[in-house]
Every structure is written in structure tokens, then in C-alpha cells.
Design a protein around this ligand. Sequence first.
Ligand code: NAD
Length: 477
Amino acid sequence: MTEYQARPGLFIAGSWRYGEGRDAEDILDPRTGRGQAAVPHATDADLDEALAAAQRGFDLWRKTAPEQRAAVLQRTAAILRERADPLARLITLEEGKPFTEAKGEIAGGAAILEFHAGEAMRIYGRVLPRPAGRRSMVLHQPVGPVAAFCAWNFPVLNVVRKLSPAIASGCSIIIKPSEEVAGCASEVIRCFEEAGVPGDVVQCVFGVPDAVSRKLLASPVTRKLSFTGSVPVGKHLMKLAADTMMRTTMELGGHGPVLVFDDCDLEKTLDTLVAHKFRNAGQVCVSPTRFHVQRGIYDRFAAGFAERTRHVVVGDGLDPATQMGPLANPRRPGAIEAMVADATRAGARLLAGGGRMEGTGFFFQPTVLADVPLSARVMNEEPFGPLALLTPFDDFDDAVAEANRLPFGLAAYCFTENGRRQNMLADALESGMIAINDVRVSAPDAPFGGVRDSGHGSEDGPEGIAAHMITKAVHIA
Ligand code: NAD
């Protein structure tokens, strides 16, 4: 009996569409590399219907009471929580992360829905001071139908993060989640459907990403692009979006610097960082990547990091003992292997791991490289895998210069007990999110997003709603 229980499909104008002669692709099990289900590709006619439905959905949804939008989001959160076990299992089967980590992802998604339910009730405008008989107002209104594209690394959360602010703010949305985790995305859409979201408000399509994004972004119906994925694809999509001057929210890659100062609590810092580095096998946009450690504690940090890494249990994510699952798709092990080879050729020292694991599936060892030269590819390109890169620094200015060296600016991490230094770091780092003596950079009420090449516009927080609104000034004499 197959363990896989999902029915990946297209959700257009309130009904599900499956194969029926459409092109399709396999969803692979990263533990074995074998196909386990097929995801249908939307035809051109499907996309036209999705666009027409999104326009109708917007005309309807923008006029609803905020209470109605909030209620849908609350009910979706409740359904997600009820289904946490089967959904988490599905995440493990499609993406590879361990079951308990997948359950955390679902709890995070439910919390975002609940936050947005509250925010739907707090979309305020302003009345400007004017003489008697005159009125000037600032109104915030939903921007219109959203086209959203998201990556495979958080199969449930990424979809929820796109849908919930759109629904809270009165927009309709066409989402194209990653085909590689289409079963998870479809099951999330079913939760929204069962929670009572009107059929035309949410459309979910799959296909060849380039063809789908070109079609949706060229349509005059689409008023906003929301994308989570790599920097090169993000830049390409922004160029397409420029033709119709649509609004954009771009959540792109990073290269998380971690600055570890010699006054930190070293053992606690190591425990925290190693667990966080290998979360989702390092396939996280905010993953800590470049560990810059003050020279006086560098050797102890490197030894402690490598020792803990060697004890990370890698295996099938459905086994409760597993701490790190396989990589998500067949592209990642080869990409990581090439980066490790390039770094060691350039002079990096391999302290742990370094290669693929024997057997089937997309498994790769948790890997630590020390003294990695800045010229190595991996010090400049996002590895998106279980790879920790260690280098020493001497003083505060060196550390900040290295953290800001790359054009990315998503998440940065600092470990120091010195309060004055904490404040200086908060000012100096060019990064959308900074965690100090902590690794959490995501909370439903806090803006999540980057600067520079890591993108712009925030998700979550009141900022995530604002990104779905237009501003209108009205003057009445
Ligand atoms: P990729 O850039 O090919 O794909 C990333 C995602 O973007 C996929 O889900 C894909 O469906 C989508 N995509 C690709 N081309 C598209 C297009 N033309 N239009 C619309 N959507 C498109 O990379 P990959 O091999 O799947 O993953 C590796 C890279 O992706 C990493 O280097 C990492 O930077 C990036 N990534 C980032 C995040 C993130 O959360 N920021 C998540 C996953 C992957």
C-alpha cells in the first residue's frame, strides 16, 4: 500500500481539474527518487479561465465585510491544525523534511492565518485636518488579482503566506506553487475551500513555470506579482511585471551571515546554530550560511561545530530518530557536491561530511568547511543545502564588512552578550531581518523580507497587508 495520500490538481473557478488529457509530471519521493503521483499542467484555456475567475473573484471579494474574510481565515487555520498529522506526513513524502519539523511548519502556517484574520479587521485609512465643510481622506483598497509563485522548500507555509494576506485584504489570487510539492499545495487549497472561500477568489494552477508566469503576468487582469524563489528568477519576473507596472513583493534568496563574537555563550551558541543550520537540510532562504567567528574562539568554535555536525542523524523523515532528511530534489545534491569540490580546491578544509550518501534518494551529508577563501563560489552564491562555511574575523569592522560584502540582505545572525555592540550591529547590517542571540527571524506579526538582491516588500505583519493595498487620496469640497 502506498503511503502517499493526496490528489494534486488544478483548482479553477471553484472546481478541481485533474489529468483529462493534460500534460503531467511526476512528483518524486526524495527518499527514493521514485515517482509517487502525477501533477497536471494547466492548458492555455485553463489559465484563461483562471484569469477570468480571478477578475470575478476580486469584484466579489473586495466588497465583502472584513468579518467574513477573517472568518474564512480562522476556519482555514482550524482545519490546518486538525489535519496537521496527515499534512506533515505529506510534506515529508514530497519535500523530505522530518515529520516533526513539518508539523512545526503547519503550526506556523496556522498562526499566520490567525494573525491575518485579525489584520483583516484593522485596515484603517485616515481623515486629514481640514476647515469645516471640507474633507480629505486617505483610503486603502485591495490592489486587485494577485499572481503568486512560490518555491518547494516550505510546501504548506509558502502557499499559506501567499494566500492569507491576499484574502485578508480583499484581493483574489492565482497561485502557482512548485510542481514538485503539488500534493501539499492542493491539500492546502482544499482547506481554504472547505473553510468557505468563494470559488473564484482562489485559483491554483501548475505547469511549466516560465510559460505560466509569462501568461499570468502579461494579462491586464493581474495587478500584483508575489514571488518566493531564487534571485535570477525573481529578477526575470520583475522585468515581466514592469510591462504592466504591477505591484511586486519579491522574497528571494540570501546568504545568511552569522557573526560570533568572543563574549558569546559558546556552547549554547553552537547547540543553537548547528540545529538551525541543518533545519530542512539547509534549504531555507534565511538559513545561516557564512559563520564568521572572532579569531580568539575560532578553533574551539570549528571543533565544536564539526563534532556536533557528525552527530546529526540523517535519514527517512518519517523515522522519529531522524534530524535531517534528504534534499528535496535531484538538482540539489549535484549542486552542493560541485560547491564543496570548488571550495576544497580553493583551499577550504573539510571538517565534516562533504559528499552524497550511499543508497537511493537525494541524501547529502551535513557538511562543514573551514577557512573558506572568499574567492570560492560558495562564499558568493547561495548554497541552499546542508553546508556550513566557517571563517575567522578580527574586529567589529571586519565582521560587519564581511557580512555586508555580498549583494544579498535577507537574514543576519549575531551572537554577543555586549548590549552596545548589539545596537551597533542592528544599525550596521544591511539585512531585512536580524536575530541577536537567537535564530528566529519569522513571526506572524513581524515583517518577513529582504533588501538589495534578496528582494523587497514584506510578508507577514501589517506590512504584508499593506503590500496588497493601493492608497487613494480623496478631497471633497
Ligand atoms: P529555481 O530558481 O529553478 O526554482 C525556484 C522556484 O521558482 C521553483 O519552485 C520554481 O517552480 C519557480 N520558478 C522557476 N522559474 C520560474 C519562472 N520562470 N516563473 C515562475 N516561477 C518559476 O531553483 P531550484 O533549483 O528549484 O532551487 C534552487 C534555488 O532556488 C536556490 O539557489 C535558492 O536560491 C532558490 N530558492 C529560494 C527559496 C526561497 O525561499 N527564497 C526557496 C526555494 C529555492
